[in-house]
Design a protein around this ligand. Structure first.
Ligand code: SF4
Length: 249
């Protein structure tokens, strides 16, 4: 019970801390989100978002990916890295969608995870953001943070998903995932978390993992870095201009 209460209090603080939290992969429909998520493996969302406008214009339907010219598709997605494997995934995804789902992305987890290139994490991203079905996205940030917060000791992503699902109300799962990931990218970094400029400091069992003095504000990242400092009661002027302009990882 204590864990659940603390988790929910932390979730409420995160709601206030990251009012701008959202899926950082630009997309207009479920297919675009599936494609963007495949491209995001080992790549920043920002880089993916630079590539996708041209890609989505060139390949608007699953059938277009199914029939894609491999060399052309490879060239378009090359900046996202691992482009040969990703090209294979996109073509196979297009073919599977055409063959089994009339070219539409299905809205059920059990169907989504049978598709090439779509694992459970991607399926939850698609469900939560394209179908409004609550889903918990256990990516590397989410994993690191919920373990630091002692919401769970599990290391397996599926077990983490279930453990966090038992603490937080289902209707909040999708937005919670965005907020946790936002916090991981902007505040609670893997190597040097900004504990001294973190709104969760008083509730966090890992407080002290990073520097605890107000100069931790210089570790904050992203366009709202100054707002994040202010929300944590730290002088926003301690955030250097380049931190506020920095890309989030
Ligand atoms: S207090 Fe430190 S470890 Fe805890 S959430 Fe904040 S930045 Fe992360």
């Amino acid at each position: 019970m204590a864990r659940k209460r603390r988790a929910r209090r932390m979730a409420r603080v995160l709601t206030e801390t990251h009012p701008d939290a959202h899926c950082e992969l630009d997309h207009g429909n479920a297919l675009q989100l599936a494609v963007a998520t495949i491209l995001s493996a080992q790549c920043t969302d920002k880089r993916v978002n630079e590539v996708t406008p041209k890609l989505f214009a060139r390949y608007p339907t699953a059938a277009d990916y199914a029939a894609a010219d491999r060399a052309e598709l490879e060239q378009l997605i090359k900046p996202t890295g691992f482009f040969r494997n990703k090209t294979t995934s996109l073509i196979n995804l297009g073919q599977a969608l055409v063959e089994r789902y009339d070219g539409e992305v299905p809205g059920r987890l059990t169907d989504l995870v049978t598709l090439p290139g779509i694992g459970r994490k991607t399926a939850n991203v698609i469900l939560g953001n394209a179908f409004d079905v609550p889903g918990i996205t256990v990516d590397t940030h989410f994993q690191r943070l919920v373990r630091r917060w002692e919401w769970t000791d599990e290391t397996d992503p599926v077990k983490i998903e279930h453990a966090v699902g038992a603490l937080i109300e289902k209707r909040d799962w999708t937005m919670l995932s965005h907020r946790v990931i936002f916090h991981g990218r902007r505040v609670c970094h893997a190597r040097k978390p900004a504990c001294g400029a973190c709104t969760l400091a008083s509730l966090c069992p890992a407080y002290g993992t990073g520097p605890t003095d107000p100069t931790a504000a210089k570790l904050l990242k992203g366009p709202r870095a100054r707002d994040l400092a202010a929300a944590a009661g730290v002088d926003p002027d301690l955030v250097p201009a380049q931190a506020a302009a920095a890309d989030v990882p």
